[in-house]
Design a protein. Structure first.
Length: 337
């Protein structure tokens, strides 16, 4: 990785994120001009409606989308590097299903509007994610080692277990309480204020920092564990760090937004096609690209059927599914070549 490549990559996604965010601030049920938005952000004279819409509704939502997109994408990069499989997804860890189960239980327990641990449902969802991550690790760890295939199977099993538990609850719950549960399970970035943004940003910063600190080791692990060991990489320690960091990133995002699919799958792979597989460059560029993608997807979810809005998970699925099919067909053709 050269300095020029790093500047071009990070600068490019920064410009894209700024452009998409500027558009997101102007679009919505109450359209605003760019000059109105700039006046509000600079503290100049502006209408009360413009100030409320920009500072109270759209800006925290854009920040939430950017942090969530970056966190999910870095988790995807980490997990794909860990498993050496570009089609791997953070959801395979089972952590997202654990968070969803915790949120469903929290809603049924009437915690949706409480101040439990100051964060209500997010605290319960995060606890569910931690339980799922702990279960996956305990199942997969064998004699101090963390075999990748066993980790994948443990994640799938744990995810299926929590998904089955959610399905059972949905089938038994009163229909009147079903709407909120289903809306959360489809992923949503509805306005939550600035506090969740700060909490999520802190968790994502810790997780991303831990992943980036292992960037060189992940590059060497791509050569195979034996080769990495010969080059001085403590493979088992790196795998544990990446598992914990990816789990933290997934848990802290899903706990606040609900499960948002495909972000951790398609963005890392698309960025890898553009900048290569050097994790020292891939991680920061992918984080910016993930933030840009989710801000764009959430803006589209807000304006597609206004004044109503779609869950952002629907938009990411519509964008991600065709790209996933493209990846599968490309890999299949290469296999036949």
């Amino acid at each position: 990785m050269t300095r020029q490549q790093a500047l071009l990559g990070t600068g490019g996604v920064a410009v894209a994120l700024a452009a998409v965010s500027a558009a997101a601030l102007t679009l919505g049920a109450a359209p605003l001009t760019l000059s109105e938005v700039v006046s509000v952000l600079l503290g100049r004279e502006a209408t009360e409606l413009a100030a409320t819409v920009v500072l109270g509704l759209r800006l925290p939502r854009i920040l939430l989308a950017a942090v969530a997109g970056a966190g999910l994408t870095v988790a995807g990069v980490a997990f794909q590097a860990l498993t050496r499989n570009p089609l791997a997804d953070p959801a395979v860890l089972g952590v997202a299903s654990g968070a969803a189960f915790g949120a469903v239980v929290g809603q049924l327990a009437g915690l949706e509007g409480s101040l439990l641990a100051a964060f209500g449902l997010s605290a319960v969802a995060f606890a569910g994610a931690l339980v799922a991550a702990a279960a996956v690790y305990l199942i997969a760890a064998v004699g101090g080692r963390l075999p990748i295939q066993t980790l994948l199977l443990a994640g799938v099993i744990t995810g299926l277990f929590f998904s089955a538990a959610i399905t059972l609850i949905i089938s038994l719950v009163d229909f009147a309480r079903l709407g909120g549960i289903l809306h959360w399970l489809m992923g949503s970035l509805g306005t939550l204020g600035y506090r969740p943004v700060g909490v999520m940003a802190l968790g994502c910063a810790v997780g991303t920092g831990a992943v980036y600190a292992q960037a060189r080791a992940l590059n060497l692990l791509a050569l195979g564990e034996e080769s990495a060991l010969q080059l001085g990489v403590e493979a088992e320690r790196v795998k544990r760090v990446i598992f914990v960091a990816a789990s933290l990133l997934t848990a802290v995002v899903v706990a606040h937004t609900g499960p948002i699919g495909f972000v951790g799958l398609i963005v890392p792979h698309a960025v890898r096609l553009a900048v290569g597989s050097d994790n020292r460059l891939l991680i920061p560029v992918a984080a910016g690209a993930g933030a840009t993608f989710l801000v764009f997807a959430d803006t589209l979810a807000r304006v597609a059927v206004r004044p109503a809005e779609l869950p952002v998970g629907i938009i990411t699925a519509f964008c991600g599914a065709p790209f996933f099919v493209y990846l599968l067909r490309t890999r299949f053709r290469r296999g036949l070549a």
